[in-house]
Design a protein around this ligand. Structure first.
Ligand code: BGC
Length: 777
């Protein structure tokens, strides 16, 4: 049922708990290494393509949110269909530095040795290469590149060269607009890939050259978004003649001169990207570039180390189960840091900034799968994501009106705030995204205790989404129903009373009632202001509460499980026996109508609700739900395995827990979904952290209280992780039969299966965990 693993061979990619290493040139893995060596800081990202530019599978440099629009053409359109597509632009690539020695172009294929690695503590992609040229000269090169984790707009590249004989050298440092050049990427249709433009996207506006500096401004042809790219170079040891390269889509410099033995030649290339009003952006780009040049590459490296030092201090997870697992865990956490370090007021696209797939859109992925990790390790980034969502409220209100609804209806996928999902059955119909946003808000507030954000932006999100649910649902025979929606499982569409949606909507309605009531008692003045601003009717909050209390969440008494929706259990079960492995993912091999007709899941749905709202379902019900749904879940979505792992652990199926966890953990490093080349599966990465903490340590927030209940896999010797709860750093160490918790920087209270615990600042306590598994639910 699952696609095969493409394990990275250990003789080329040796296991190291802190590094991803490629020990020799391995062209057959280029499609994978471009993604797994991608660098990003949350604002800017570049794929791990080679400085030489070839061989390549897909180039990519991205600026979060910088997009082009295009008309979505529905041959049979209908009212309210999404009409404007949005696609993140592959912005001009500064990564190419070509080297020619005595007329011979150097590339990895001709190298005599090659090693590339990224250390998760330094955040610098490094490479050492040697060549023996036709004349027998040995050339040694050292490459380094980084996307600054301290300067949101800066990428830096460095190459140093040495030769054992005097040679002629020519270095071409380029800035290439690849968006408008032909690519080598294959054209097999896959709906998950990015929209392909057959027209110009970036129009050059103005270019300026000054010594080794170039500044080029562009604008996207349809969305009209300006972009400034400024590039400068610091050359040393090279006494060169400089030629400018000024073509429409290829700009740069050629430096040619002599290289003497044992006198290394070096080139540092700094690139800055900014969007926004052209004039100020140009000035800010120039200032950033000046600052980066003045700082120099080594200072940028020191800044990376500082950022990552702080990151590991607050976020490291160690598992005593061998270096392969440890490397995969750290690589995954490193991806999460790369995706969120400097968001500059935006959210995280489904692929971060590691690929163009899913068009650089923001989905529910970030709120449900990544935000819990950030709330517990980097609350400022979590808050930024929630603020960004809040900034999309005006568009969500408009969309609600367009769909004949009160309140706010957030788009299923978007960059600008407008719905960009053309396939409404697995798009707009996923109303649950509205409750997912509020769930993330509640997790954030519970984890951090930051009520300012709640009053600043949260309460408005809760109110407007509660209004949507209240208006969308209806009463029948005293129960509140929600019809005509799609739940998280995209292999079942447009159903009535999807259990996940209804349970999450109930949470949303209750939370809105709770926060508004709390504000009324705590801060009358602010409450009155909110009431006026949002025109909250006197009875409105009570109506939300009533709808929540009357919410119908289906239950099947005969099977003793939660049906995924009102009619799910009436359908025929998919013929799994008769489906060959080659037919997965089903979405690429069957018409949606075929899939929709059967009991077959793309991804966790009921069991996701069992996890997120665990205290609303009994332990027995969760066990039965898991046993029913796990075997009919294909995992064709990468958002599934991590959730299946968590619930397998909770219901005591530790073998399955490890199996699912391993699938989530190696989703990209072993290309388990077969499309890692299109970018990192960010939700799955967040889900790995969830599986480690919520799965194997039983971390839950229940009405704001932190619960821990370890369930370590038998094959692991121990698990250690760090998290921050209400401002206190907690060091949690779990081994079989014991666990310890240490509080740093504050006191902390939490709940264990044996009862509540409070630790003073600096205190560490050990607990005997034997006998807990029975009572943990
Ligand atoms: C999943 C969605 C997800 C989207 C983006 C789809 O394949 O089914 O749940 O939001 O990918 O990651």
């Amino acid at each position: 049922m699952k696609s095969p693993r493409t394990d990275l061979p250990p003789d080329i990619y040796p296991d190291d708990p802190w590094q991803l290493v490629e020990d020799r040139w391995a062209p057959r893995f280029v499609y994978l290494t471009e993604t797994i060596f991608a660098l990003s800081n949350g604002n800017l990202g570049i794929r791990g393509t080679l400085d030489e530019g070839r061989p390549v599978h897909a180039f990519g440099t991205f600026l979060n949110g910088y997009h082009e629009t295009w008309p979505i053409v529905h041959p049979e359109s209908a009212y309210g269909f999404a009409h404007t597509g949005q696609t993140i632009v592959n912005i001009p690539d500064a990564g190419t530095i070509e080297i020619e020695v005595d007329g011979e172009q150097l590339g990895p294929d001709a190298s005599t040795s090659f090693k590339r690695w990224i250390d998760f503590r330094t955040g610098v992609l490094e490479r050492r290469t040697t060549w023996s040229t036709a004349s027998g000269t040995e050339i040694r090169a050292s490459h380094r590149r980084l996307v600054s984790l301290a300067r949101a707009d800066t990428i830096a590249f460095q190459v140093s060269l040495e030769s054992d004989r005097p040679v002629d050298i020519r270095v071409r440092s380029l800035l290439i607009n690849r968006q408008d050049l032909e690519t080598d990427a294959d054209e097999v249709h896959d709906p998950r890939r990015a929209f392909h433009f057959d027209r110009r996207v970036l129009e050059p506006v103005a270019a300026g050259f000054d010594e080794l500096r170039l500044v080029q401004t562009w604008t996207t042809s349809a969305s009209g978004l300006p972009l400034v790219t400024a590039v400068d170079h610091l050359a040393n040891g090279i006494d060169a003649e400089i030629t400018q390269i000024r073509n429409t889509d290829v700009l740069g410099f050629e430096l040619s001169g002599r290289m003497e033995p044992d006198r290394p030649v070096g080139l540092t290339k700094l690139a800055v990207y900014r969007t926004g009003d052209p004039r100020p952006s140009r000035e800010m780009a120039a200032a950033s570039l000046d600052a980066a040049c003045a700082a120099g590459f080594d200072t940028l490296v020191a800044e990376q180390q500082a950022s990552l030092g702080a990151f590991w201090e607050s976020s490291d997870v160690e598992v005593d189960a061998g270096p392969e697992i440890q490397r995969a865990i750290r690589w995954t956490l490193f991806q999460l840091h790369q995706a969120s370090a400097l968001l500059e007021g935006r959210s995280i696209p489904a692929k971060g900034l590691t690929g163009q797939a899913y068009d650089g859109h923001y989905f529910w992925d970030t709120e449900i799968y990544v935000l819990p990790f950030l709330a517990a390790t980097n609350p400022a980034a979590a808050a930024e994501i929630l603020r960004f969502r809040h900034s999309l409220l005006p568009a969500a209100r408009r969309r609600a009106t367009e769909l004949a609804q009160d309140g706010a209806l957030f788009p299923w996928r978007t960059i600008t705030g407008d719905e960009a999902s053309a396939y409404f059955l697995a798009g707009t119909a996923q109303y649950h995204i509205n409750a997912d946003i509020v769930y993330a808000l509640r997790q954030y507030v519970w984890m951090t205790g930051d009520e300012d954000l709640l009053w600043e932006v949260g309460v408005e999100l809760a109110v407007e989404t509660a209004r949507l649910w209240h208006d969308l649902g209806f009463y029948r025979a005293g129960r509140f129903h929600i019809y005509g929606v799609t739940g998280p499982d995209e292999y079942t569409a447009l159903v009535d009373d999807n259990a996940y949606t209804n349970a999450m909507a109930r949470m949303n309605l209750r939370y809105a009632f709770d926060v508004v009531s709390e504000l009324r008692t705590r801060d009358r003045e602010r409450f009155e202001q909110l009431r006026r601003d949002l025109e909250i009717g006197d009875d409105e909050p009570t109506e939300w509460r009533k709808a929540a209390d009357a919410m119908y969440v289906p239950h099947d008494a005969e099977l003793g499980i939660t049906p995924q929706d009102a009619h799910f259990l009436e359908k025929e079960v998919w013929d799994f026996e008769g489906t060959p492995a080659s037919a997965y993912p089903l979405l690429l091999n069957f018409h949606p109508l075929v899939i929709y007709r059967f009991q077959v899941l793309k991804q966790a749905d009921v069991i996701l609700a069992d996890f997120l709202l665990g205290d609303e379902f009994s332990p027995d019900l969760k066990r039965r739900n898991f046993e029913y749904y796990d075997p009919i879940t294909t995992g064709d979505s990468s958002l599934s395995a991590c959730v299946q792992a968590i619930m397998a652990a909770e219901v005591g199926q530790s073998g399955l827990a490890i199996e699912h966890f391993s699938r989530a953990l190696f989703m990209d490093l072993a290309d388990l979904a077969g499309n890692t080349t299109d970018g990192v599966h960010m939700a799955s990465a967040g889900g790995v952290w969830l599986a480690l903490t919520s799965g194997f340590c039983g971390l839950r927030l229940v009405r704001g209280d932190l619960h821990l209940s370890p369930r370590l896999p038998t094959t692991w010797r121990g698990l250690r992780f760090r998290m921050t709860y209400r401002g206190t750093l907690m060091l949690i160490h779990v081994v079989h039969d014991r666990m310890s918790v240490e509080a740093r920087g504050g006191s902390v209270s939490f709940v264990l299966p044996s009862g509540p615990v409070s630790l003073a600042e600096g205190e560490r306590r050990d607990f005997d965990t034997s006998g807990w598994s029975e009572s943990s639910g």
